[in-house]
Design a binder for this molecule. Structure first.
Ligand SMILES: *Cc1c(COP(=O)(O)O)cnc(C)c1O
Length: 227
């Protein structure tokens, strides 16, 4: 029971922080969704966040995500978002059990997600991950690959292009958020389905919201530090 209030209080505090950031940025709070990032955390904590009203959850590790989606399959209105690196042999599970994939970064993954998504389901929501800080080690596309991959997603019958995702480096996050905001606005003008700029984590959600984020991905501030 201790944890019950704990998670609920954390969620309320994060929601308050989001609403303050929106106020400062002169934006409506309806423009920013909260994605609760539950990677490495047990399903009991997800259930507590669910009981407090949270529905959108983000996972980063495919094997763990597979187990959790099975364990929580009774929560039929939970919305699973995949935000981690994608191995191409794991696309079937993502296509079958997830509502969103934020970390799409190559043509092969787009093709496979489209093939594996059933026509019975609503189209899978796709964000292209941009390696905005141009780190060699990080996943994500280069800015000059964006136009072609966006067009590929847009042509896929079982996918919907929703927008862009980024994980900027700490020291240049402000400049990166600004660049992402420009790319997002350009993409939005080209594709009517684009409405999502997935950026901002526990430490930088204020700056992200000030720069147009429409979905913040929050782990630590809701579920506590990870090991
Ligand atoms: C882990 C993770 C987060 C959450 O980070 P916190 O700092 O714990 O809020 C957000 N986005 C991605 C892609 C992640 O892997």
């Amino acid at each position: 029971m201790y944890y019950m209030t704990h998670i609920k209080d954390n969620l309320a505090a994060v929601e308050l922080q989001i609403s303050k950031a929106c106020q400062l940025a002169n934006r409506s709070i309806d423009e920013v969704c909260l994605l609760a990032v539950s990677k490495t955390k047990p399903v009991t904590l997800i259930e507590q966040a669910y009981a407090a009203g949270q529905r959108a959850f983000g996972e980063s590790y495919i094997q763990e995500a597979i187990e959790k989606t099975h364990q929580l399959s009774h929560l039929t209105d939970i919305q699973w978002h995949f935000i981690g690196p994608i191995q191409s042999n794991k696309t079937r599970h993502l296509a079958e059990h997830f509502s969103w994939v934020h970390s799409v970064d190559r043509a092969k993954i787009i093709t496979r997600l489209n093939e594996h998504r059933s026509s019975q389901d609503t189209p899978l929501n796709i964000c292209l991950q941009v390696n905005i800080s141009e780190e060699n080690s990080k996943s994500g596309i280069k800015v000059n690959e964006l136009a072609e991959l966006a067009q590929q997603v847009d042509k896929c019958e079982h996918l919907t292009l929703r927008g862009l995702m980024a994980i900027p480096k700490k020291h240049d996050s402000l400049a990166s958020f600004q660049k992402m905001s420009e790319l997002f606005n350009e993409l939005k003008q080209q594709y009517s389905t684009v409405d999502t700029l997935s950026m901002g984590m526990s430490d930088d959600l204020n700056d992200a919201i000030a720069n147009g984020s429409t979905m913040v991905r929050i782990g630590t501030a809701i579920f506590g530090a990870r090991e």
